[in-house]
Design a binder for this molecule. Sequence first.
Ligand code: MG
Length: 460
Amino acid sequence: MNPNPKVAMLFFAALSLSGSAEAAAPRPNVVIVFADDLGYGDLGCQGHPSIATPRLDRMAQEGQRWTEFYVAAPVCTPSRAGLLTGRLPVRSGMCSLRDHVLYPDSLGGLPASEITLAEALRAAGYATACVGKWHLGHRPEFLPTRQGFDAYFGLPYSNDMPNRRAPAAQPGGKDIIERIGVPLLRGEETIEQPVEQSTLTQRYTAEAVRFIEEHRDGPFFLYLAHTMPHVPLARSERFVDASRRGLYGDVVEEIDDSVGQVLDALARLGLDRRTLVVFTSDNGPWLVKGQNGGSAGLLRGGKGSTWEGGMREPAIFWWPGTIRPGVVREMGSTLDLLPTLAALCGGDVPADRAIDGLDLSPALMGTGRSPRDTMFFYRGDQLCAVRHGPFKMYYHTQPNYQNRKGVAHDPPLLFHLDHDPSERHNVAAKHPVVIAELKAIVEAHKRTVEPVPSQLELRP
Ligand code: MG
């Protein structure tokens, strides 16, 4: 990009006049690497003292590392729905306070009426593949192959979900719990059950590299959603005791190696300057898993909680020669990926529905700031908190995934995230004007949310 910011601004003004970024710049290939349950503090570049992630650290140095990047929900299913649709999961029904996520006996999934990132990019001429964990519905009509992906290889739900519940034959009888083992799918066929988990990260990586090689003439979109480091943790032979952080560290270091293999493949094929790679995670660390759970660093809480540790994630954007390297201390979200990629890749953002994502491309190029100044924090369909600027206000808090009730707060709690990133000091009493402003933002937001049936509560 032009180093002169004024000229760059004019350049971008011209681009927006011409309709979109595609008019001037070649459209990038896109790779999204999505870890599972990786915490804010679990990478070397995020300050972890005993997990070594040299490839992600270098990717961050060559690209942008965002320090205030949020996922759409603090658990797997709704978080993934948010990433792929650019919409808060409450709008698609992909959330539930009762069920949290989809289970092997769930009947629902991401409705066909939702427009996924894969559908938007495929319509713009991209080859698309999903490799890894799906968790947006495992019945055939909900699989990645029906949601815009040309190819799929991976697990349809979490790796700790071997059981399927069949309802009791008679009223009052006991449900039948079958141990079925986690299936591995290619396309819509189960090819291995139970899946051998120790080699999954390497097999996903090989699949990803093969897809990149086959589509080197581009453009392509690869969604590489790792099963790890979600428990049960597993790593291949080469990573046994590789890390000083024990099993969890081994698993994260193998993901780092996987990222390295993907970046190396792009370089080998001469695609590194034509490919945008994004790395982030679906939700915070599963703290109740003890040493098998990760760390949110200095952030409070973890998976299942709308405290910062549950929803603020490591985020790295890499596109050498185009993205301006640096640390971005502005707000962004996985919700923003759809509009951002639509802008960069020449896709359409659906105009017939509410979209919660915003186009981050000016911030990525270094020509402007992130347009995101507000983030809503839902647990299931319950709006627990809102952040606007540095202030985050809570109506409701909960310690973790297991605690279903949580605590209601009236008056709400207020934290200044710049002064107090660990959310320890409630400053509500000092800021009545801020509280009133945030309440007005919440009320305006609530008016845009139309209730839809929960897909997660459809169970036998
Ligand atoms: Mg997860």
